[in-house]
Every structure is written in C-alpha cells, then in structure tokens.
Design a protein around this ligand. Structure first.
Ligand code: AMP
Ligand code: ZN
Length: 116
C-alpha cells in the first residue's frame, strides 16, 4: 500500500534498522523502544491487522511466530521475550500494517497489563 509507513520500509523508501529479512517477512528495531530489545516483525505483504487477516495469511503469520525466538535471541533476549500484537481501535494499534512487537531483556519486561 503506497501510503503505508511499513510498506515504505519494505520498499526501502524510508530507512529502518533491519535485524532480519527473508522473502516473506522483515524485522527492524522500533524507532521508540520500550525495552532494550524492541523489534517489530512484519509481513512484507500488506495486511492491515489481525482483524483483517484471512486464512490465506496463515503461513506467513506462522512463520512470523516461528522466527520470533531466533530474532529475540540474536538481539540480546536469549532467555525469553514477549510478543504483542496490537489490533484495531481497542488494541490501540497505531500503524495499520500488522506487526508483532518482540520486546525483551536482558531483564524481565514487567507486568503484562494492569489488572482491572
Ligand atoms: P502499534 O501501536 O502497535 O501500532 O505500534 C507501532 C509502533 O511502530 C510503535 O512502537 C512505534 O514506535 C513504531 N514505529 C512507528 N514508525 C516507525 C518507524 N519509521 N520505524 C520503526 N518503528 C516505527
Ligand atoms: Zn503496509
């Protein structure tokens, strides 16, 4: 999608600190990291969010999850990490191109969500 910031990163039109890339997926450092390790992992194909993903997207979504541990380890979070996929309005997704936040160490990342 031409006006999508993450599609522009895929196309090389805006820069990013890439940490992993193959024919289907791309990982790069979050520009505003919340933890020492904070990588965004995206499908190269534009998928707006988990709310719009289809059954045909299952292979690339599986590949993303299967790569997360390798990426986290390589970036300095070898003893676990957290993945977050903000989705839509309620999930407070800011960038409408599906992405997995991989956040991690070296120290534990903290509580998941504040309890109600
Ligand atoms: P979300 O709220 O889940 O949509 O998260 C969007 C994330 O994208 C935020 O953590 C931003 O810091 C990050 N972000 C926005 N623009 C860029 C960029 N050009 N390069 C890297 N990360 C970005
Ligand atoms: Zn996009």
């Amino acid at each position: 999608m031409s006006d999508c910031i993450f599609c522009k990163i895929v196309d090389g039109k805006i820069p990013a600190q890439k940490v992993y890339e193959d024919e289907d997926i791309l990982a790069f450092n979050d520009i505003n990291p919340a933890r020492p390790v904070h990588v965004l992992l995206i499908p190269k194909k534009h998928i707006t969010s988990l709310a719009t993903a289809t059954a045909g997207d299952t292979p690339v979504l599986g590949k993303m999850l299967a790569k997360a541990n390798e990426i986290a380890s390589a970036q300095g979070s070898a003893d676990g990490f957290r993945v977050i996929i903000n989705t839509g309005r309620v999930g407070q997704q800011e960038v409408p191109h599906l992405h997995i936040h991989i956040v991690g160490g070296p120290d534990p990342v903290g509580p998941m969500l504040k309890r109600l």
